[in-house]
Design a protein around this ligand. Structure first.
Ligand SMILES: Cc1cc2nc3c(=O)[nH]c(=O)nc-3n(C[C@H](O)[C@H](O)[C@H](O)COP(=O)(O)OP(=O)(O)OC[C@H]3O[C@@H](n4cnc5c(N)ncnc54)[C@H](O)[C@@H]3O)c2cc1C
Length: 572
């Protein structure tokens, strides 16, 4: 009997455990297995195997019961998830159903989640901009949160490392606030986007550059991508269903199969991590408690190091729920700051307008990307009445319509002959929010979910700084649009729109130099429990205006590399 028990413990013992198989967890698994560690990748949701488990990827609109649209029934059943632009009849199977995974909104917060192997890497929009030193300088320069313990220069080689493997398309634009990366050929701007770029270059003397967005699409696959079994992006623009070509980066098409090839990976779906086990005698974590998603049975798994990559809010939840005599308020939470200083991106407002020129041109085909207005406010010095700044998307395409005025044969002819209208242009704002102690997540002390895990309370809101930023965005973009000759300029803002739909939530387990004011050191180790690493958005000290996932990847690769070095030196 005793031998059986030893065998069972042996089977459940690994060098490393990674919690969560999304964008950051996929990278943890790839790096740790690649460096020879026997790694258990735990995922709470079901398996999604590349190509095989993309059920809608080759379907046409008429093959869906409702043409691919969201029905009222779906909307009523999923009031939060259905607010996400990418949620519809073609992609709903990758989004968490609201009723199955409740949470408590102390303040309204639209928490968009993807619980499956691959996490949100299946549905993401793939915008991948590096952060710059101006972003890492933010808290220290502007006096909020705490100082970052790492610099852009330290992260730059890791950006290169992940960009080369993931495949990022873009232009070398030479901008201080948006460093260049290792790019595949860029997508093209439409002629009106180019027109806007040119007018802005002259009007602002180069201070407001407009560029083609950088994105995780294989515009020209390199040998490293072909080795992953991935091919060129086909511009189908139905990415959120999963791409059978591996044309965009996802954990399912890229990092997980790569990790699997090493022979060192055990991928275990349907495994809800309940908490991390802390051993007081050893003064370190020894493993995790896992609830089987179907049977609800709990099992322990053991490892020398643990990477927590459950996506910001769930990572906070797991750590808060990892209570022991040594850590009664959650693992590593000596200073009581765990779960606090959550920040997000201010995506509340958009602009639209028309352009009556260039009517001899139109856009051809589809493009999985748009143009991008890098941050131009407060970059080099403080110049407005709000802190930090915003970036924005910019895209232009021709409006189309059908003339429905006739009857009979005339009507039939005009219905089958689409006509082009003016160019429609639009921008969405992506503002940096300031991490604050009052923006937090915490555990509910009474209610639990179906797996016995306490429900999470979210208390996150916009503030006055965000409102000022929105006002400035409207003013500046109106000035810019007017200068480009755009007409019918409109601002669209809904002050009642909750935070969350940016899906860029960050913080709660922030990095920092001082254990009194931060949870993680510069290598993403919990100050108070060095063999636990947090490398998803929870680790972010502040949050820039740029899309964050590329930074999560670079930070993860850097931390995993260091963890293995430390393990070799027997420091963990
Ligand atoms: C529609 C959409 C558009 C987006 N666009 C962009 C964009 O353009 N650019 C950008 O940078 N980002 C974008 N994002 C955000 C991006 O997807 C996330 O930043 C990224 O996926 C975060 O990576 P992650 O590893 O932290 O989390 P995820 O990719 O969400 O992975 C977390 C994984 O952990 C699992 N998990 C959670 N809890 C547990 C538990 N207790 N036990 C076991 N497993 C658990 C989850 O099931 C999930 O699989 C977008 C997201 C969406 C949905």
């Amino acid at each position: 009997m005793q031998n059986l028990n030893i065998d069972s413990i042996k089977k459940r013992s690994f060098d490393a455990i990674v919690i969560g198989s999304g964008i950051s967890g996929g990278w943890s698994a790839k790096e740790l297995t690649g460096k020879g560690l026997k790694t258990l990748l735990l995922e709470r949701g079901p398996n999604v195997e590349h190509i095989k488990d993309y059920p809608t990827t080759n379907m046409n609109p008429w093959e869906f019961k409702h043409g691919g649209q969201i029905t009222k029934e779906m909307r009523d059943a999923n009031p939060v998830a259905s607010r996400c632009y990418a949620f519809n009849e073609t992609s709903a199977h990758f989004f968490v159903k609201d009723a199955e995974h409740p949470y408590i909104q102390e303040k309204p917060f639209d928490w968009i989640r993807g619980y499956q192997v691959g996490g949100k890497s299946l549905m993401w929009a793939r915008g991948t901009q590096r952060w710059s030193q101006y972003d890492f300088d933010g808290p220290a320069r502007d006096g909020f949160a705490v100082e970052w313990p790492i610099t852009y220069a330290e992260l730059a080689p890791w950006y290169s490392y992940v960009e080369i493997f993931a495949g990022i398309s873009g232009n070398k634009d030479g901008l201080a606030q948006l460093p260049d990366g290792e790019f595949l050929p860029p997508h093209e701007q439409s002629c009106v986007e180019k027109h806007f770029t040119d007018v802005m270059a002259k009007k602002y003397n180069g201070a407001r550059p407009i560029i083609i967005g950088r994105c995780a699409h294989l515009t020209q696959p390199q040998p490293i991508h072909l080795q992953q079994g991935r091919g060129k992006c086909q511009h189908r623009n139905i990415c959120e269903r999963g791409c059978p070509f591996g044309g965009y980066f996802s954990s399912n098409s890229s990092t997980i199969p790569w990790a699997r090839q090493t022979g060192k990976l055990t991928l275990q779906p349907d495994s809800v991590v309940h908490s991390i086990i802390f051993d007081e005698k050893k003064n370190k974590a020894t493993g995790v408690r896992v609830v089987d998603a179907n049977t609800k049975q709990m099992t322990e798994y053991y490892a020398k190091i643990i990477f927590v990559n459950a996506a910001t809010i769930n990572t906070n939840l797991i750590l808060l729920n990892s209570k022991s005599t040594r850590f009664p308020n959650g693992l590593g939470n000596d200073n009581g700051l765990l779960g606090k200083y959550i920040a997000f991106h201010n995506f509340r407002t958009t602009m639209s307008a028309e352009y009556e020129g260039m009517l001899d041109s139109t856009t051809a085909g589809s493009r999985p990307n748009g143009s991008y207005i890098p941050r131009f406010r407060n970059v080099f010095k403080q110049e407005t009445d709000f802190l930090r700044g915003y970036a924005a998307g910019f895209s232009a395409s021709r409006m189309t319509y059908n003339d429905t005025s006739g009857i009979g044969e005339d009507l039939k002819t005009s219905l089958s002959n689409r006509k082009f209208g003016n160019w429609r242009v639009g921008s969405h704002m992506m503002g940096e929010t300031i991490p604050k102690e009052s923006n937090y997540v915490a555990l509910d002390d009474k209610q639990t979910d179906a797996w016995g895990v306490p429900l999470l309370k979210v208390s996150v809101a916009y503030d006055d700084n965000d409102e000022k930023m929105i006002k400035d965005f409207h003013e500046q973009l109106t000035e810019m649009y007017t200068a480009a000759g755009f007409t019918n300029i409109r601002t669209h803002d809904n002050p009642n729109k909750a935070p969350g739909l940016d899906i860029h939530e960050m913080g709660g387990v922030r990095m920092g130099k001082d254990p009194k004011t931060s949870l993680l050191n510069k290598w993403n180790q919990l100050h108070a429990c060095k063999n636990v690493f947090v490398t998803d958005g929870a680790c972010m000290t502040s949050n820039s205006t740029q899309n964050p996932s590329l930074t999560f990847m670079a930070i993860t690769a850097r931390a995993a590399n260091n963890a293995v070095e430390e393990l070799k030196k027997r420091n963990l």
